[in-house]
Design a protein around this ligand. Structure first.
Ligand SMILES: Cc1ncc(COP(=O)(O)O)c(C=O)c1O
Length: 371
């Protein structure tokens, strides 16, 4: 016999995590694998950050600072706002979930793109609200006009994922600003910039500047990707005081753990080292893109630390290719788990990992690679 639950949760899709390295090694009898499936950083935390984490262990008998004052103050300085315009969370994912809890009611709607980050449909399901999933434009980016058209008086939240996961397509700050002009000024908009660091465009970061003064805008960022801290879970949001107040009302008191707070704070002290890692990821993304092009592999040019690609041969089933890569010791994400059947999403890893992927892909597809 089970337990009594809310009817609402029957509609909540379970988040499907990717395969772990241990699972793939055990399942395929391999002694090593390359994991390019979860858009993680190939770099461990900076040495200075690792040292701060080590030193912080001794204080774990105490609760963390529930208001995350030091980290929020540091982020406030970076973004030219006061602490009251900064929220931090157990990963930016938690802040996104908080937005659903704080803003949605049964009967209200949340507008987001599809396919996009897998967590967004959970928000509506969790609140008994209605999720309006607006198909992406043909280029794989948000169809902002269609999203604006999907807004009505019931809409409480619009989420824009920029660059979009899993396609990697970026909408410029001008395009986002124009979109903001199409919707009511009091409708909450969350721009999820988890992959902001990897954007190669000169206007990168301007939407967060808009969030300093726009009453309805919140921009979320994360320490999980460029900063290599996804295992610790820490992300943040910059927005209006009313946005941050709404999120603060629903967060649990000690949502961001002590090690995460001090590690994020220390990471902010080393912008040049982080940028060097980002530059390497972008250079590797360019190299991977060139190699895929040379192999005749269709893919969507990406502004993230990942690339969404199709099999080299249109007759090849993407799931068969996924399986063959696993057998070859390379874990990528099956696009069908991301709402993109017929594709694979490969994370940009270290040069040797990317070489392993290209070699395995070439071997499966019978293509000679020059890596
Ligand atoms: C678009 C997008 N937003 C948010 C997140 C969550 O990141 P975090 O680790 O900060 O919760 C991810 C993680 O992959 C993502 O792809």
């Amino acid at each position: 016999m089970g337990i009594r639950t809310s009817d609402r949760i029957a509609g909540i899709p379970h988040y499907e995590p990717g395969l772990t390295m241990a699972e793939v090694m055990a399942g395929y009898g391999l002694t090593s694998v390359v994991k390019l499936a979860s858009n993680e950083s190939p770099f461990p935390p900076l040495p200075e950050v690792a040292a701060v984490i080590d030193a912080g262990l001794a204080g774990l008998n105490r609760y963390p600072d529930g208001a995350a004052r030091d980290l929020r103050d540091a982020l406030a300085v970076c973004h030219g706002v006061g602490r009251s315009q900064v929220t931090v969370g157990n990963g930016s994912c938690e802040i996104i979930v908080h937005a659903g809890v704080a803003l949605l009611d049964p009967g209200s709607t949340v507008v987001h793109a599809d396919p996009s980050f897998a967590i967004y449909p959970h928000l509506a399901a969790g609140a008994g609200a209605v999720g309006i999933a607006v198909p992406l434009a043909p280029d794989g980016g948000h169809d902002l006009d269609a999203m604006a058209a999907a807004v009505d008086e019931r809409t409480r939240l619009v989420i824009v994922c920029n660059p979009n996961n899993p396609t990697g397509v970026y909408r410029t700050a001008d395009e986002i600003e124009r979109f903001l002009g199409l919707i009511p000024d009091d409708l909450a908009v969350l721009v999820d910039e988890a992959y902001y660091d990897f954007v190669g465009e000169p206007d990168r970061g301007r939407v967060a500047v808009l969030a300093r003064t726009r009453p309805n805008l919140l921009v979320t960022r994360t320490f999980s990707k460029a900063y290599g801290l996804c295992g610790l879970r820490v992300g943040y949001g910059i927005g209006s005081e009313s946005w941050v107040d709404a999120l603060e009302a629903v967060r649990q008191p000690f949502n961001t753990n002590h090690l995460a707070q001090i590690a994020a704070l220390e990471s902010l002290r080393h912008p040049a080292a982080i940028q060097a890692r980002v530059d390497e990821a972008i250079a590797e993304r360019d190299r991977m893109s060139a190699a895929l092009r040379e192999m005749g592999v269709p893919f969507t040019p990406s502004h993230g630390n990942f690339i969404l690609m199709e099999p080299p041969d249109p007759g090849m089933d993407a799931r068969v290719l996924h399986e063959a890569l696993l057998r070859g010791g390379v874990i990528v994400r099956d696009g069908s788990a991301l709402g993109c059947p017929g594709t694979l999403r490969v994370t940009i890893g270290a040069p040797s990992e990317n070489d392993a992927f290209l070699a395995a892909l070439g071997a499966v597809a019978g293509i000679h690679t020059h890596v």
